[in-house]
Design a protein around this ligand. Structure first.
Ligand code: AHG
Ligand code: MN
Ligand code: MN
Ligand code: MN
Length: 336
C-alpha cells in the first residue's frame, strides 16, 4: 500500500520543504481541520444528537438559523480563539467581527467562515459543509482589528478551503500552489491525502443552477441556459446534464471532481442585491480553489477574486467552474 500522507505531514512539507507557508498558518489550518472533524461528528449524529431543526433566531442575512448553524459557529470560535494564530474572525452567523479576547495571544491572521453551508439540507440528510478563508491582517494596521481590515479582495487570501460532510468527510484546501483533497479516516481520526493537484476540465456538459428562478434571470443567463437546453440540435451541438444540490460545497466538490459550471447569478427577486451568495466566506474561497484547479470564477463581469469588498456580508453573483463555459457566460454578460 502506498504510504499515507496525513494533513499534518502535507502541511509540514509545505512549510519546511516548499517554504510555502509559515508555521503559524500551518497551525491555524490544523485547528480549522480539527474543528471540521468535530462538526462532522455532530452532523453524523443527526436526530440522535439533537442537532436538527431550527433555532428560534435569525442571522444578519435575515435567515432563520438552524441549530447546526449555531453549533458549527461555536465549534469554530472556541477552537480558534485561544491558539495565538488569529487576530479576529468573521462568520456568516455573526453580525460583526469576533475579536480574539485579550486573555489569549493575538496572531496576524483573519479567519472567515461559513460554518454550515447548505443549511436547507441539514434536516433531509443531504451533503452540507463548512467553508473557510484566511487573510492576513493588513501591514501597519496597528494593535487593534477592525471590520475594515477584513475588506480585502479574494486575491489576498493566504489559505482557503471547505470540508464537505457527505458519504465521506473530505477537506479540500489550497495555500496557493494547487488544490489537495483529504479524506477523514474515522478510525484514526486523521485527514489523509487522497488527491493532489486537482484539475477541472476546461469543457463540460453539466451545469448547476436553481432552474426555479428562470423567470427572474437576466438575459445573458437565460441565453446560456436556453442554448444548453436545446442540446445537440442547438447551437452548442451537445446534450447537457443538470445538477443542483443547494449546498454550494457539494456542487463545487462535484465540479472540482469531474468539471461543470455552477451559477448563482443576480436575479430580479432582490434587484438591489448582486446575488444570493456571500463574497467573503463563500464566493472568494470557492473562487480561489476553482482557479487553483485551472477553472475560472467571475461575477459575470470580472474575476470574483478582484472584487473589492465594501461590506463584510456583501453578496455577489457567482459563475464558476470549467474555464471555457465560464468564459462563454462572462462574454454573454459583456455583450449584454
Ligand atoms: P447557507 O446554507 O450557508 O446559507 O448557503 C446556502 C447557499 C449555497 O450553499 C447554495 O448553493 C444556495 O444557498 C442554494 O440556494 P437556493 O436554496 O436558493 O437554491
Ligand atoms: Mn445561511
Ligand atoms: Mn453558505
Ligand atoms: Mn451557512
Amino acid at each position: 500500500m502506498s504510504q499515507r500522507i496525513s494533513l499534518t505531514r502535507y502541511l509540514v512539507e509545505k512549510q519546511r520543504v516548499d517554504g510555502h507557508i509559515p508555521s503559524q498558518l500551518r497551525l491555524l489550518i490544523e485547528v480549522v481541520a480539527r474543528s471540521c472533524k468535530s462538526i462532522s461528528h455532530a452532523v453524523n449524529k443527526g436526530a440522535l444528537g439533537g442537532v436538527l431543526g431550527s433555532a428560534d433566531s435569525e442571522n444578519v442575512q435575515g435567515e432563520v438559523q438552524k441549530k447546526l448553524d449555531i453549533i458549527a459557529n461555536e465549534v469554530l470560535i472556541e477552537a480558534n480563539e485561544w491558539g495565538g494564530h488569529l487576530a479576529a474572525m468573521a462568520s456568516e452567523e455573526m453580525d460583526s467581527i469576533y475579536l480574539v479576547p485579550n486573555r489569549y495571544p493575538q496572531g496576524e491572521y483573519l479567519l472567515l467562515f461559513d460554518p454550515l453551508d447548505g443549511s436547507s439540507n441539514i434536516d433531509v440528510n443531504v451533503s452540507i459543509g463548512t467553508i473557510f478563508s484566511v487573510l492576513k491582517k493588513p501591514e501597519g494596521s496597528g494593535a487593534g482589528v477592525s471590520e475594515a481590515d477584513f475588506l480585502q479582495p479574494g486575491s489576498k487570501q493566504v489559505a482557503a478551503g471547505y470540508c464537505v460532510y457527505g458519504p465521506q468527510t473530505t477537506l479540500v484546501l489550497t495555500v496557493g500552489d494547487g488544490v489537495a483533497m483529504f479524506t477523514l479516516d474515522r478510525e484514526q481520526g486523521s485527514f489523509v491525502l487522497t488527491q493532489e493537484d486537482v484539475k477541472i476540465p476546461a469543457d463540460t456538459k453539466e451545469f448547476a443552477i436553481n432552474m426555479s428562478n428562470m423567470r427572474h434571470w437576466d438575459t445573458p443567463v437565460k441565453r446560456y441556459i436556453d442554448e444548453c437546453l436545446q442540446g445537440k440540435e442547438g447551437p452548442r451541438g451537445k446534450d447537457f446534464n443538470m445538477r443542483w444540490i443547494a449546498s454550494m460545497v457539494a456542487d463545487v466538490h462535484r465540479i472540482l471532481t469531474r468539471g461543470g459550471v455552477f451559477m448563482y447569478p443576480w436575479d430580479k427577486r432582490e434587484p438591489e442585491k448582486p446575488g444570493k451568495l456571500r463574497l467573503m466566506y463563500e464566493a472568494n474561497p470557492m473562487a480561489w480553489l476553482v482557479e487553483q484547479a485551472g477553472g475560472a470564477a467571475t461575477n459575470g463581469r470580472e474575476r470574483i477574486l478582484d472584487v473589492n469588498p465594501t461590506k463584510l456580508h456583501e453578496r455577489v453573483s457567482v459563475i464558476l467552474g470549467s474555464k471555457n463555459e465560464v468564459d462563454r457566460i462572462t462574454a454573454y454578460h459583456r455583450e449584454g
